[in-house]
Design a binder for this molecule. Structure first.
Ligand SMILES: C[S@@+](CC[C@H](N)C(=O)[O-])C[C@H]1O[C@@H](n2cnc3c(N)ncnc32)[C@H](O)[C@@H]1O
Length: 276
């Protein structure tokens, strides 16, 4: 086994990554994982000797388009570490807005359901932040639910998880219905970066030609599932604001707010059942 100094390996691989259009920070994160070091220790301990073959294997996966989060096997969401692999969508930073809104708006002891829980990132974050809430996460993908269950145990959360196509296998009513549903229109999905299209689950991203198919079914079913004064807090896609307003109003919801993400894009809609 030929070893090399960490500093030298790092400099060479960062340069190589840059030349291939990959963020050199990915090299640092993968090296840190491999050596079980924090980033700060990685930068401070350049004299360590390592076998570059191991990091090369990771980087080959990265260079063929596999997302960094799947190679690392975990990612951060709302300041917690979630296990992820290709059975679930990689949690996105903009989705944290759902969590923030839900924990601000949920009355004490409220019943909350997360529709399309994937890795469990929304449901588990809400429950860990507000342990007074009774939170359920559902998904129609058994594969995704297995990942959510692992995250539930690791993060010591009391979320209940269930397999269901929207509300079909679920009973009862909820004070908050939260969701990051699949919303990418089919044609747009076909144009997504290979990294997303080839590696992330299709069912998590696109519901059909319009992009609003799951949202429409969800809002139809939510009528019977929202408690009095209940709210739907849902992420929508770039450019979908007008379409969602129209769908929601047609289905007799009041649009309480359209909240922008950090890029200023209307990202999370808050709907209420007032006026039914
Ligand atoms: C955009 S992903 C969101 C995952 C996770 N909540 C997040 O924000 O990272 C959508 C999720 O909805 C699930 N899903 C799609 N259609 C569904 C349906 N009809 N009923 C329940 N879950 C569904 C997918 O399996 C996927 O896990």
């Amino acid at each position: 086994m030929a070893t090399e100094r960490l500093d030298d390996v790092r400099a060479r691989l960062r340069q190589d990554a840059l030349a291939r259009g990959i963020n050199p920070r990915d090299v640092d994160l993968l090296l840190a994982d491999l050596l079980s070091l924090s980033l700060a220790s990685l930068y401070a301990r350049g004299e360590i000797e390592l076998d570059p073959a191991r990091i090369d294997a990771y980087l080959q996966r990265r260079y063929t388009g596999e997302p960094l989060q799947y190679i690392r096997g975990h990612t951060e969401f709302y300041s917690r570490d979630f296990l992820v692999d290709d059975r679930v969508l990689i949690p996105r930073p903009e989705t944290e807005l759902i969590v923030e809104t839900a924990i601000e708006r949920a009355p004490r002891g409220a019943r909350v359901i997360d529709i399309g829980t994937g890795s469990g990132c929304i449901a588990i974050s809400i429950e860990c932040e507000r342990t007074d809430l009774r939170v359920t996460g559902i998904d129609r993908s058994f594969d995704a639910l297995a990942v959510a269950e692992t995250n539930r145990k690791r993060l010591d959360s009391r979320v209940s998880l269930a397999a269901s196509d929207l509300f079909e296998s679920i009973s009862g009513t909820f004070d908050l219905i939260v969701s990051n549903p699949p919303y990418v229109p089919r044609a747009e999905y076909e144009q997504l970066a290979t990294e997303v299209r080839v590696h992330e689950p299709r069912m998590a991203l696109t519901p059909g030609p319009q992009g609003t198919e799951v949202i429409e079914r969800l809002l139809d079913q939510a009528h019977a599932r929202l408690a009095a004064d209940g709210l739907v807090i849902m992420e929508v896609g770039y450019g979908q604001e007008d379409a969602i307003r129209e769908i929601a109003e047609t289905k007799r919801y009041a649009v309480d707010a359209f909240l922008p993400d950090l890029a200023g894009i209307p990202r999370v809609v808050v709907l209420s059942a007032h006026g039914w």
